[in-house]
Design a protein around this ligand. Structure first.
Ligand code: PLI
Length: 462
């Protein structure tokens, strides 16, 4: 008998116990809804959305274990048992010494930036993230992008687009001196580059360089387990290592971290700052009571901390990551089959459509990514997000940042949608692609001062 090569698919390592019903809407309803929302998907009401890919932040489905954990959350104001359980999980899975809980990632960024950054300091990083850079700037620092050039090219198939270009860092160190660089800011994975990983090799080289120059590495570990999965799949020497072990190794190469537990850690709210230096910890423990709450809850309910402790353990499971990243890849391949231009390689937390290539007749001042997100919503009720010139905002001198990447992000909540949803999404994008030449751009009619992408309003350009 002829031997057949049978493809073996991944599938979700869980089953459904409860479902949330969705409202189905018409094109006419959605045209009205997006107009009322100022053509900003952040301003839509979620009940008007069918498949919500705005973000993977706080939109995860918790496991039965996490829901059970909510019931045993200790709501004591001080010294909550749930805090100590969360602290234990962070030490066990990430290895950092001291922990400060915060209500979410930006709470940790605020405290850390206030402690480490002085006016006039330079903060190099592997691409900016909106809230991270804003807190660095509010503390008086200036962010410099030191990511490899490939990260700015949506067509480059480089496997580790999150890598740091150490030559770019060296230029900054030589120009400003290491004393003006409080830390290098390293994200795993790099959100704005399309969910792209940093390699262990690069991180090790960065550790050697920063040690030599007496500079800290602060780790934005929001999606560290996803980064670890890519290292396991792509980096020589890591094929047989578990995601759990790789996560711990990544953290061991850094001095401290900020974490939005709303992503990797599979919860709906929460975050923390972690640090190995006792003096910095002491200052953070003092500052957290000003901005977040006592150092054993940091703006979180006891039940939230309980769910984080359980979610951290679930996040480093190899099967979970395979299904998580596998689902994103499935959607990416579906889109590619329709010829949709997407950022490659496919990243961990979503598909990033190249809006410049999709709508080449629009200039960046006509907000191609913002426009495309609105059009996709009108077509199918799928909500996505702009990650381009609107998200990039303005420089301190008031000029717009003009990022090379003008993207629409289809961000995948963890353990929420099915493969049939993926097909519906890809078909909707294909339908919009077919009529792309008829799509008109937008003009901004309201611009808030901070993080404008959240609340800006637009009208169709006549
Ligand atoms: O939304 P927060 O405050 O819990 O976390 C801020 C934050 C920090 N770093 C990174 C890499 C993020 O992705 C991040 C938040 N991201 C959001 C909300 C997103 O939609 O991607």
């Amino acid at each position: 008998m002829k031997k057949q090569l049978i493809k073996r698919s991944w599938a979700e390592p869980y089953k459904m116990k409860m479902v949330e019903l969705l409202k189905m809407t018409t094109i006419a309803h959605r045209k009205k809804a997006i107009k009322e929302a100022g053509y900003n998907t952040f301003l839509l009401k979620s009940e008007d959305v069918y498949i919500d890919l705005l973000t993977d932040s706080g939109t995860n489905a918790m496991s039965d274990q996490q829901w059970a954990g909510l019931m045993i959350g200790d709501e004591a104001y001080a010294g909550s048992k749930s805090f100590f359980r969360m602290e234990k999980a962070i030490k066990e899975y990430y290895g950092y010494k001291y922990i400060i809980p915060t209500h979410q990632g930006r709470g940790a960024e605020n405290i850390l930036s206030k402690i480490l950054i002085k006016k006039g300091d330079i903060v190099p990083g592997n691409m900016y993230f909106t809230t991270t850079r804003l807190h660095q700037e509010l503390a008086g620092g200036k962010f410099y992008d030191i990511i490899v050039d490939e990260a700015h090219d949506p067509n480059s198939e480089f496997l580790f687009k999150g890598n740091v270009d150490i030559d770019k860092l060296d230029i900054l160190v030589k120009k400003y001196g290491a004393k003006r660089i409080p830390y290098v800011s390293i994200a795993t994975t790099v959100n704005m580059a399309g969910g792209q990983p940093i390699s262990m090799k690069n991180l090790k080289e960065l550790r050697v360089y920063t040690k030599k120059n007496g500079i800290r590495i602060i780790h934005d570990m929001t999606r560290v387990a996803e980064n670890a999965y890519f290292i396991q799949q792509r980096e020589k020497g890591y094929e047989k290592k578990s995601v759990k072990d790789i996560v711990k190794e990544i953290c061991s190469l850094t001095d401290g971290a900020t974490m939005s537990a709303k992503k990797d850690a599979l919860v709906n709210i929460g975050g923390f700052m972690a640090i190995n230096d006792y003096d910095i910890f002491e200052e953070a423990r003092n500052l957290v009571v000003v901005y977040e709450g006592l150092h054993t809850y940091g703006g979180l309910a006891g039940r939230d901390m309980e769910a984080i402790a359980i979610g951290i353990a679930e996040s480093v499971n190899d099967h979970h990551q395979r299904a998580r990243v596998g689902q994103v890849e499935y959607l990416g391949h579906q889109m590619e089959s329709y010829g949709i231009p997407i950022v490659k390689p496919i990243g961990s937390h979503g598909i990033f459509v190249d809006a410049r290539a999709f709508l080449p007749h629009l200039t960046q001042d006509e907000f191609p990514a913002q426009t495309l997100a609105a059009e996709i919503y009108i077509d199918s009720g799928v909500r996505t997000m702009e990650r381009g010139v609107v998200s990039a905002g303005r420089k301190a001198n008031g000029e717009n940042y003009y990022p090379k990447l003008e993207l629409v992000r289809f961000t995948m909540p963890r353990r929420v949608y099915t493969q049939a949803h993926m097909d519906v999404i890809a078909e909707s994008v294909a339908a919009v692609y077919e009529r792309r030449s008829k799509i008109k751009g937008l003009k901004m009619v309201y611009e808030p001062k901070y993080l404008r992408f959240f609340q800006a309003r637009f009208e169709i350009k006549s």
